[in-house]
Design a protein around this ligand. Structure first.
Ligand SMILES: NC(=O)c1ccc[n+]([C@@H]2O[C@H](COP(=O)([O-])OP(=O)(O)OC[C@H]3O[C@@H](n4cnc5c(N)ncnc54)[C@H](O)[C@@H]3O)[C@@H](O)[C@H]2O)c1
Length: 320
């Protein structure tokens, strides 16, 4: 399916990833893009480019996916739904009841409304968190979810289960994308649950070294937000349904390597500083197998860590 002249709903579309999805569905020729976001983390500024380019095509509805009536109203007449609204992993740990209401009940509303509206496809945001600390690397999509011990990961796994059940019950076409460690422009720079990269950029800019919590040997599989958005668009277009895909770069980067890469991009040579580990997430290693996304969606990551960090730094500096 091409996205030319399609009508699109993006939940969480004012957020980091959602706003890049909005930009890219406009690039792909969508005729109408409705964003529903409660602006708890998302911002109008994230949609600035989209509003500048195509004000007649885009609408921002400040609303909550927990509002079933609103979700049914907004989904009517849409061709594709990109579902990104969710709470961060740390907020889910701090407020599990709210997480249940948003990630589970809210996603149920999105799915039920998509069935009622007869949309062609739902592209949903899942997460590598569903694996917990994997048994095998590179981790494939068939890896079991039983090592996950976070409420966030449990809710994402249940979301995938809900989607699959609605495919079986109502023939709802969907794809769920398991993003690994996403970074890039529009990351939340001011929120309570600020990412490590933002904290490090602040320190480096102030002439201090990055502060690494723990030994820094924990690895992640970093993937740039624009590559994530492109995976969403390809998932909507691809002639596949009822599947989940890892979206990552298949490159293992330790926190130490990340700190050094960021220092290089920002021109810092200071010795790293270390502090005590504190994290709700006990995963010490991430490395994805991304062969399935390449085979079925025609997706491969295009942005290197160095280029991606440079884009993050220049966006972040422009914000200050
Ligand atoms: N960033 C990552 O590393 C990562 C990794 C794996 C999966 N994901 C998933 O990708 C999706 C997008 O993440 P992101 O990094 O852009 O986060 P984000 O916080 O920037 O975006 C989420 C958006 O959802 C909105 N939102 C939250 N609760 C809402 C509600 N009840 N109703 C309507 N809107 C609501 C927020 O205001 C925000 O704009 C999420 O589903 C997230 O779980 C992200």
């Amino acid at each position: 399916m091409e996205l030319t002249d399609t009508r699109i709903l993006v939940t969480g579309g004012a957020g980091t990833i959602g706003s890049h999805v909005v930009d890219q569905v406009l690039d792909a020729g969508a005729s109408q893009v409705v964003v529903v976001d409660d602006l708890s983390r998302g911002t109008l500024a994230n949609l600035g480019t989209a509003f500048e380019r195509a004000p007649e095509k885009i609408e921002l509805v400040e609303g909550d996916i927990r509002d079933a009536e609103l979700m049914h109203k907004l989904t009517a007449g849409k061709d594709v739904v990109f579902h990104l609204a969710a709470l961060r992993i740390t907020q889910c740990a701090a407020e599990p009841r709210t997480a249940l209401e948003v990630l589970v009940d809210g996603t149920f509303n999105v799915i039920e409304a998509a069935v009622e509206a007869g949309v062609a496809k739902v592209v949903a945001s899942s997460s590598a968190s569903i694996y917990g600390l994997a048994d095998s690397f590179p981790t494939t999509e068939s890896h079991h979810p039983y090592h996950n011990d976070t409420f966030y990961g449990a809710a994402k796994a249940f979301n995938e289960g809900m989607l699959r059940s609605f495919k079986a019950m109502h023939d709802l076409d969907y794809i769920a994308l398991r993003y690994f460690n996403v970074y890039g422009p529009r990351m939340d720079a001011h929120g309570k649950y600020t990412e490590v990269l933002i904290r490090w950029m602040e320190r480096i800019e102030a002439g201090e070294p990055p502060l690494v919590l723990g030994d820094g040997l924990q690895t992640m599989d970093f993937v740039h937000v624009e590559d994530i958005a492109r995976a969403n668009v390809l998932a909507a277009r691809a002639d596949v349904t009822d599947q989940v895909y890892n979206i990552a770069t298949a490159t293992e980067t330790s926190l130490l390597e990340l700190a050094e890469a960021l220092q290089k991009v920002m021109g810092s040579t200071a010795e790293l500083e270390f502090g005590p580990a504190r994290s709700v997430n006990s995963v010490t290693r991430r490395l994805a197998d991304i062969g399935a996304a390449e085979r079925d969606l025609g997706w491969t990551p295009s942005i290197t860590l160095e280029d991606g960090l440079a884009s993050l730094v220049s966006w972040w500096r422009a914000q200050r």
